[in-house]
Design a protein around this ligand. Structure first.
Ligand code: VGL
Ligand code: ZN
Length: 200
């Protein structure tokens, strides 16, 4: 599958059980992704990588609790518990994830004033991470998404990949969701409507 890139989104300690923004069963994706890696010629991992005091953290907004929302210049933003702070153990990949096969590691969410769910664009949907150019120059036409969380970073990445013209699939057994107020169903519907193949 030389024209397909496997995207491994945010399989980091803070999104796994015991982490600051734990996704139920998040660590269950690790052996599944490890088993998939040898089948893909292009493998890109992402890391959510926030400076301390990032604007997506509820702790930076007085009177706001985690999982409430606020209006940012680029739109509505969910406020999260402090998570994936650069250089902390929470921001590290899950220790059992095989990271040696990664060709490329994209870090995102490092600008203090803007969040970045997608591997391709920050949450303004226009500031690029550079991944599009990387994939195109490697001849990639198809993208297969895995990782955490299905309804945020995986969905945003898949939707951007499809919007950019990549033939896009999401391997759901290799993903787990946060599921805030129906966000999982909404994300699955939006991905289907965008022509993304959902593999179950
Ligand atoms: C994510 C919320 C905040 C994710 C990252 O990886 O899905 N979700 N930062
Ligand atoms: Zn984040």
């Amino acid at each position: 599958m030389s024209d397909t890139a496997l995207l491994v989104i945010d399989v980091q300690n803070d999104f796994c059980p015991g982490g600051a923004l734990a996704v139920t069963d998040g660590d269950a994706v690790v052996p599944i992704i490890n088993a998939m890696l040898p089948d893909y010629a292009v493998r890109v991992f992402t890391q959510d990588w926030h400076p301390a005091g990032h604007s997506s953290f509820a702790s930076q907004h007085s009177g706001k609790a985690p999982f409430e929302t606020t209006e940012m210049p680029y739109g509505t933003q969910v406020l999260w518990p402090d998570h994936c702070v650069q250089g902390t153990s929470g921001a590290a990949f899950h220790p059992d994830l095989e990271t040696d096969p990664a060709d490329m590691i994209i870090r995102k969410g490092f600008r203090p004033d803007i969040d970045s769910y997608s591997a391709f664009f920050e949450n303004d949907r226009t500031t690029p991470t550079g991944l599009e150019g990387y994939l195109r120059t490697r001849g990639v036409t198809n993208v297969l998404c895995t990782g955490l969380a299905t309804d945020f970073c995986v969905a945003y990445s898949a939707l951007d990949a499809a919007r950019l013209g990549f033939t896009t699939s999401v391997h759901l057994p290799a993903c787990r969701a946060i599921d805030l107020d129906g966000s999982l169903d909404a994300a699955l519907t939006e991905m289907k409507d965008a022509g993304i193949t959902l593999i179950s």
